[in-house]
Every structure is written in C-alpha cells, then in structure tokens.
Ligand binder design. Structure first.
Ligand SMILES: Cc1cc2nc3c(=O)[nH]c(=O)nc-3n(C[C@H](O)[C@H](O)[C@H](O)COP(=O)(O)OP(=O)(O)OC[C@H]3O[C@@H](n4cnc5c(N)ncnc54)[C@H](O)[C@@H]3O)c2cc1C
Length: 237
C-alpha cells in the first residue's frame, strides 16, 4: 500500500505529525500496534506549551469539549509553605494547562488525525523497515502479520524504545541518564483542583532527616473523581 508518508506509532508525536502532513495535502498512513483506547504510564499533565500544539492542530480545547483546565502549578518543597505559580500570560501561549488521561488523549488525537484524512491502521505492529538495496534508504515498513506499507518518507514515532530506529541502526545513548517512575490513580476530592501539584523534594524517609533522592512527585487532578499520583527519579549526576 503506497502513501506519501508513513508514520509509525500513534502516540501524541505520531498523531500530531500525521495530522500536520495530512492538513498540507499529503496521503499519510499512520500505523499503531495497539487498538484504542490504550493506556500509557504518564502524569497526564499538559502545560500551556502542549495546549498550544493542540490548538495548532485544530483541536477544540474548551472545557465545553470535555477538557479539564488548570490555572497554575502548586509547588511543595523546601522549608517554605507550598506556593502557586499561575501559568503565565503570554501573547504566544494559552494561559491555561490541562489534564487528560492518556487513554483518552491519545485516542482523541488519533481520531483527530483520521478526521484530517490520515489513514489510521490500528493493530499494525511494525516489525521491520523495508530497505531499498540500491540506495540503502528506508522505503516502507513490514508488520508482524506480513503486511507491507510503502512510502518515500517514514517517520518513526514509536516511542522511547523505538524498535524502528533500532532496526535502522540508531541506538540509545548510554551516556544519557535513565529515569524510573511509578504512577497510580486515586479517588480523591482533589480531583477538581485547578492546579497541578508537584513535590520537588523526594525523601527516602522522614523529610529533612533522611536522604534526598534525585526526583520529584506529582498529583494531577483529572476532574473525573480521580487524581494521577506518581513519582519519578532521574539520576543525572
Ligand atoms: C512516568 C512518566 C510520566 C510522564 N508525565 C508526563 C506529563 O505529565 N506530561 C507530559 O507532557 N509528558 C509526560 N511524560 C512524557 C510523555 O509520556 C512522552 O513525552 C510522550 O508519551 C511521547 O509521545 P510519543 O508519541 O513520542 O511516544 P509514545 O506516547 O510512547 O507513543 C508511541 C506509540 O507508538 C506505538 N508503537 C510502539 N512500537 C510500535 C510498533 N513496533 N509498531 C506500531 N506502533 C508502535 C505505541 O503503541 C504508542 O502508541 C511522562 C512520561 C513518563 C514515563
């Protein structure tokens, strides 16, 4: 099956790429191994910078369209009381953030791409690139169930462990730090909070009496009765 461009992976990166290309008149095939809705470990927090990208894609980001808006970032840390940093009022950015579960956000973005004319194929697990032997360039991809998709341009948006990039000889930089995180949803009255909350100090025991770990915690209100709570550690030393 021939297109102008193939995008592998319908996360936010892939769906946005595919939608932008289709809005400029290209025939785009977007291949996703999962079927929607699918979950993804994430904090679900969208900063104004991310909201701006949704607006650029033509997504209706109003609360009326079902989006949970946030007004500020509440910071806990140090020996002072928590304080709020409102999202800034800037000409080029919206002055609000949002929170949206990835099971909802990623499906919305994939469906938005399809509405722009993208051919979305779910359940398509890309297993290998198709290489032109004369030029040694990628000219398509093969899926695990034997289908072949062809295009002069292939964009790998298959996530952090990108199998496609690896198969093209691009490997993770070992000198870059690796992070680990845990996340869970809790039912909480804080679900309707209009702030993202971040704890910038992560102690491995009693605060100020134990070791300070390199990481931070978050609690992001989903507006549906639940809060996304997690902590991540990143050792960049
Ligand atoms: C713990 C944690 C918390 C985070 N919290 C936030 C946050 O609060 N706010 C924020 O903005 N970012 C957050 N992030 C970062 C965010 O998750 C990533 O930046 C984002 O998911 C990257 O999007 P992507 O489209 O590049 O890749 P992904 O979202 O990983 O999407 C890749 C897609 O490719 C598909 N795929 C993979 N392999 C194949 C294949 N072989 N064939 C076909 N399809 C394939 C996958 O199924 C998936 O749908 C967090 C990340 C982590 C780990």
């Amino acid at each position: 099956m021939e297109s102008d461009a193939i995008v592998v992976g319908a996360g936010p990166g892939g769906s946005a790429t595919a939608a932008h290309l289709a809005r400029r008149g290209l025939h785009v095939t977007l291949l996703e191994k999962a079927t929607f809705p699918r979950d993804k470990i994430c904090g679900d927090g969208l900063t104004p910078r991310a909201v701006k990208q949704l607006i650029r894609l033509g997504v209706d980001v109003s609360e009326g369209a079902g989006w949970k808006h946030t007004r500020a970032l509440r910071i806990h840390g140090g020996r002072i009381a928590p304080f709020e940093m409102p999202w800034p009022q800037l000409a080029d950015f919206p002055d609000f953030g949002m929170v949206c579960r990835r099971s909802v956000l990623d499906q919305r973005l994939a469906e938005h791409a399809a509405a722009q004319g993208v051919r979305l194929v779910t359940g398509a697990n890309v297993s290998a690139p198709v290489i032109d032997e004369r030029t040694d360039r990628i000219i398509g991809v093969r899926t695990g169930d034997g289908r072949v998709f062809s295009a002069p341009v292939v964009v790998a948006c298959d996530g952090v462990s990108s199998r496609l990039a690896t198969r093209m000889g691009i490997h993770r930089r070992e000198d870059r730090p690796m992070g680990v995180a845990v996340r869970a949803y809790f039912r909480s009255p804080l679900s309707d909070d209009d702030c993202l909350s971040s704890w910038l100090e992560l102690w491995d025991g009693r605060p100020h009496e134990s070791a300070l770990l390199p990481g931070y915690g978050w609690a992001f209100p989903e507006g549906d009765g639940t809060v996304n709570v997690g902590l991540g550690m990143l050792d960049s030393s």
